[in-house]
Write a protein that binds this ligand. Sequence first.
Ligand SMILES: Nc1ncnc2c1ncn2[C@@H]1O[C@H](COP(=O)(O)OP(=O)(O)O)[C@@H](O)[C@H]1O
Ligand SMILES: [Mg+2]
Length: 325
Amino acid sequence: MKFAFIIDPIQRLDPGHDTSVALMEAAQGLGHEIWLTQAGHLSVVQGKAYAMLQPVRLKPVELVEGRWIAAQDWYVLGDRQFLPLEEMQAVFMRTDPPVNVPYLYATYILDYVDSAKTLRVNSPAGLRAANEKMYALQFTDAIPETIVTQDKQVIREFVDRQGAAVMKPLGGKAGEGILFAEPGDRNLNSLIEISTQQFSYPIMVQAYLPAAKDGDKRIILLNGDPVGAVNRIPTGSDFRGNMAVGGRVAHVEITERDRQICDQLAATLRRDGLIFVGIDIIGGYLTEVNVTSPTGIREIDRLEGVRVGQIVMEWVENTLKGGIA
Ligand SMILES: Nc1ncnc2c1ncn2[C@@H]1O[C@H](COP(=O)(O)OP(=O)(O)O)[C@@H](O)[C@H]1O
Ligand SMILES: [Mg+2]
């Protein structure tokens, strides 16, 4: 089968860390062709979505003494072709945030992929529906106390009431712009101004969870079911656990509470076509639902001796065999 991956330029990817590469390797390993494109290389012609696609061959990474080692020339690209995306059996939209206007326009183009011919992971409508921070708000039993606002008074009262909170930009990722807030901080007004960009953007303000020091658990969900998890533990003086800011990864169990949270999300994720998702859980509370380009597979595979990419691709194969749409 032919699978297209919409990614950032491949030379910017880290083969030993990026989940997109793990997914592509797994698909290639099962005998499928991998074609690459980018969000900015999509078109609609006569009502059909097209892409400027390049075939790619990957040299899979190898685990050496607990680390993924990639060859210098870990990918080889073929010639570009302008093809209708319906020639692909699956299209994986894996462009990194920010979810900006060009990103959203790419999802509108992906609406013109024939869903009877091609499986989209994730669905363009789902990608539009799910702001990674705000999607969690509907699962009120699973989340910590949380507000979304750009009103200074509302923020200050919330921070006063909680004693400690975190402020998050709604379009952030990888720990960017996550701020710790407490009532006595002389910088608090200034932090609110910076975070809301002078009161022009709503932000998320969430009760600070002390359990964050023990880690932020990433659970990968495949069509609503958990298929792997990894803990990210803050290091040094940073309170954030994200790998991108130095968080240390470690083995972690999927607990009964985690499974309850996954069960709460499953039907909604399936309804929204959010097939491949990474949720974040801190101290038993859901804090984020990552849908754009969730990561973690390389770390899970390395720590648990599994191959999550293969599980995903076998699910895709089975779904395609069963007939989509
Ligand atoms: N409610 C919270 N309490 C304590 N720490 C938090 C809380 N929410 C987030 N964090 C910390 O900030 C990091 C990033 O938060 P998150 O909401 O996952 O945003 P993103 O990963 O998109 O930047 C987490 O890994 C965690 O370490
Ligand atoms: Mg996160």
